[in-house]
Design a protein around this ligand. Sequence first.
Ligand code: GLU
Length: 463
Amino acid sequence: MSQVVTRIAPSPTGFMHIGTARTALFNWLYARGRNGKFYIRIEDTDRKRSTAEANEVIINGLNWLGLDYDGDIVSQFERAPRHVEIAEKLLKNGKAYKCFASSEEIQIFKESALKSGASTLFKSPWRNADPSNHPDSPYVIRIKAPETGETIIQDEVQGKISIKNNQLDDMVLLRSDGSPVYMLAVVVDDHDMGITHVIRGDDHLNNAARQNLIYEALEWNIPVYAHIPLIHGEDGKKMSKRHGATSIEEYELSGYPARGLRNYLARLGWSHGDEEYFTDQQALEWFNLIDIGKSAARFDLKKLQFLSGQHLKNSDDAALLHETLQFLTKVKKQSLSEDKIQLLNKGLYCIKDRVKTLSELIEKASFILNSRPIEMSSDARLSLDETGLAMLEALTPHLQNATWTRKELEQICNNIAESFGVKFGKLASPIRSALSGQTKTPSVFDMMLVLGRNETIARLTNV
Ligand code: GLU
């Protein structure tokens, strides 16, 4: 088979919907898993919405999600002359015609069809008119659609769908102001870009029938179609803000790791047996069109959180450090000193467990990120009562000479707890508070090991 070429063709709406992100991911996985090409085409013919910022939102979203693309980004608007050229070619070949009917005439046609119970699809009197009878007035170019038979859509997800041709009208290809319609633009662009597989939301299934008419009139190969069911919320209704964040940026700002979201979105409407957690490598190897489900996938935030947590936990420390620093700069507008970066690197092993997002990870790392004097949360302060402080005071001299291994630190702490007649937990709380100012942290031994002797003792004596 020839090289697979896919594309994502978003319209600039000002934000990147999670559904667009998933469609992009499916196209990316399909192409990249087969050494194919993945292109971006911005469907920017609506000039009011197509601002530079709106385009940037899409590109930033794809970049963050880690979906790299080939070639230059194609602007549909800029290709309008080519769309016009093709409409004129169809006109020349007799596959399209000039229609001079005014909108009033079309309205009258529809009203009388309604009254007589006939089809309201407009039948232009100009379809077979002799060009020598053409008036010198504005016209549109319409496709000469077949009047009988049926148009078949062979879809990899939805199966074979046939639409009777008498249900499709002679759609307009070029408006009277000479501008091409969207349906023509999509076909011409997909053809010129060499798109072999069109993977997109099933809200475009109806368009596929009309697009096929254009492909056939041009005698161009029809791409393989895979129309994927839209994403629904947990209540089974189309995913909207009501169900949670719909924009990709919100997930980025909340600290979901991009690979966690990739894993989750890949599972949203596609499956590989019972696999839930997988790597990009596995997804690239496994992804196919056959296993895309026919029914709408339901968005499940808990599952996204779970998978994100798994990805954070299994991260290689160097990559996670880089990702955390990026998140800190971009989202939290915070930059760290070299010392803090080194400390964070040292401590990641005990932080990356049991966190669902980078935001949670940063919270858990606050014992590293904060500096003396440690700001105390009101909960943390509770354990620094008289006994708590007395225990810390008794503890510090023993730490001065400790070898700073986990084993020895445990031994020392247990001895102190015993001498106060309390369980270790009672001692752990004030240590935790003094070291971090928080109540949710890695284990006190991990914190001590990461902070080192001097810093640990300084914090324990400075409460
Ligand atoms: N621009 C369309 C959209 O944003 C996609 C069209 C297509 O994939 O053919 O839904």
